[in-house]
Design a protein around this ligand. Structure first.
Ligand code: PLP
Length: 400
């Protein structure tokens, strides 16, 4: 039988050699037994991650991935989870009890909040001025919502009054705070002030930890984020927070995995701690440590660092003759979009930066594909030394 006990077997050495991978020493140890098998050592580069995410994670977040594994019901792990949720509350600026990391990336948080809050026929007003507003429309549509779109041109902010005027009684108003596809910040406070009976749902994937987010202060009912942007943690979790008002209006989630009632019954302090799914223990340890790094630095100091790096980058680009693309006054410090100068091959420059300097930046999406670069300064990457390196490397690559 193919692959059965007597079938010829490929050794790790043969497997590795066939793929040009160097193989770790598998010589026999002194007792005649095989030395412990390590996976083949695939060479990976240490990049400076200045694209739209992931960023370079904080060293504390990386180190925490190697902490001892604990069971997901171990009291020591549950204490760490509770503390992680407290740290998330501090960053979100909320006292919401239902604040926790969803297993999965930012899109999982988006989907979890939508499928628990929106049922068939519910009206959802969505502000659309980039890829992620568009994604919210699609997720809400699949949840059966009657989606009302309010658009602004890419590179421009949404008009909050137009969003508020789009429907007299929506169940949910949904917007992206920091549009990673364009580098635009949308204003949230006027939406909280004018939302009336609607629930306000905000995508904070790229904003949390990079610019101010005040969930309670701004009247946000539902918010989600992602670990791999300004939180400075590897991708894999989506922190969420839900106001008591939004919780009262939950619908039955068609997704069992993303049912926030069931997840909350395990993941929040004082709950039954009932098993739902196996928590991604190491990732939660990493998030706990990354949030610890931010809180040790101070939330305001972390935001100031992002602001200073963004300003330095944007001034440097302008000095180099690269026009900034996102509307002035609503530019994100953590994600800068800049026009590709005439006569420059944008993909070639990105490839050169990666190969020659180990720096990753992003290209444009949608209508500006091939026309802009997206340069991130997020989390541990948001350091002046990285900005200087990027500016010098870009000047060299573009001959400026
Ligand atoms: N929302 C925004 C603003 C994002 O930038 C992203 C990812 O870049 C997402 C949502 C989706 O997150 P993920 O790719 O982690 O699923």
């Amino acid at each position: 039988m193919d692959g059965g006990r007597d079938a010829p077997r490929t050794t790790v050495k043969e497997f590795s050699e066939a793929r040009g991978i160097s193989c770790l020493n598998r010589s026999k140890d002194q007792g005649g037994r095989r030395a412990p098998v390590s996976s083949p050592d695939v060479a990976l580069s240490d990049r400076v991650l200045m694209g739209p995410g992931p960023c370079n994670p904080y060293p504390e977040a990386v180190a925490a991935l190697g902490r001892p594994m604990l069971g997901h019901l171990d009291p020591e792990f549950l204490a760490l989870l509770d503390e992680t949720n407290d740290r998330l509350r501090a960053l979100f600026g909320t006292t919401n009890a239902l604040t926790l990391p969803i297993s999965g990336t930012g899109s999982a948080g988006m989907e979890a909040l939508i499928v628990n809050s929106v049922g068939p026929g519910d009206v959802v007003v969505v502000g659309v001025n980039g890829v992620f507003g568009e994604r919210m429309c699609e997720v809400a549509r699949r949840a059966g919502a009657d989606v009302v779109r309010v658009e602004a041109p890419w590179g421009q902010p949404l008009d909050p009054q137009a969003v508020l005027d789009a429907h007299p009684s929506p169940k949910v108003i949904a917007v992206v705070h920091a549009e990673t596809s364009t580098g635009i910040r949308n204003d949230i406070e006027p939406l909280g002030e004018g939302k009336g009976d609607a629930l306000l749902l905000v995508d904070c994937v790229t904003s949390l930890g990079g610019i101010a987010v005040e969930v309670d202060g701004w009247g946000i009912d539902l918010a989600y984020s992602g670990t791999q942007k300004c939180l400075g943690v590897p991708p894999g979790l989506s922190p969420i927070t839900v106001s008591p008002r939004a919780r009262e209006r939950f619908v039955e989630s068609p997704s069992w995995y993303l049912d926030l009632g069931l997840i909350g019954d395990y993941a929040t302090a004082g709950s039954a701690r009932r098993y739902h799914h196996t928590a991604p223990v190491s990732m939660i340890m990493s998030l706990h440590a990354g949030l610890g790094a931010v809180l040790d630095e101070g939330i305001q100091a972390t935001l100031d660092r992002h602001e200073a790096c963004g300003r330095m980058l944007q001034q440097g680009l302008e000095k180099m003759g690269c026009a900034l693309w996102a509307a002035d006054g609503h530019r994100l410090p953590q994600l800068t979009t800049t026009e590709v100068p005439d006569g420059v091959d944008e993909a070639q420059v990105r490839s050169l930066l990666l190969r020659r300097h180990g720096i990753e930046i992003g290209g444009g999406l949608g209508p500006v594909a091939g026309k802009v670069w997206r340069i991130g300064c997020m989390g541990h990457t948001a350091r002046p030394r990285n900005v200087r390196l990027l500016l010098a490397s870009l000047a060299e690559a573009t001959g400026r």
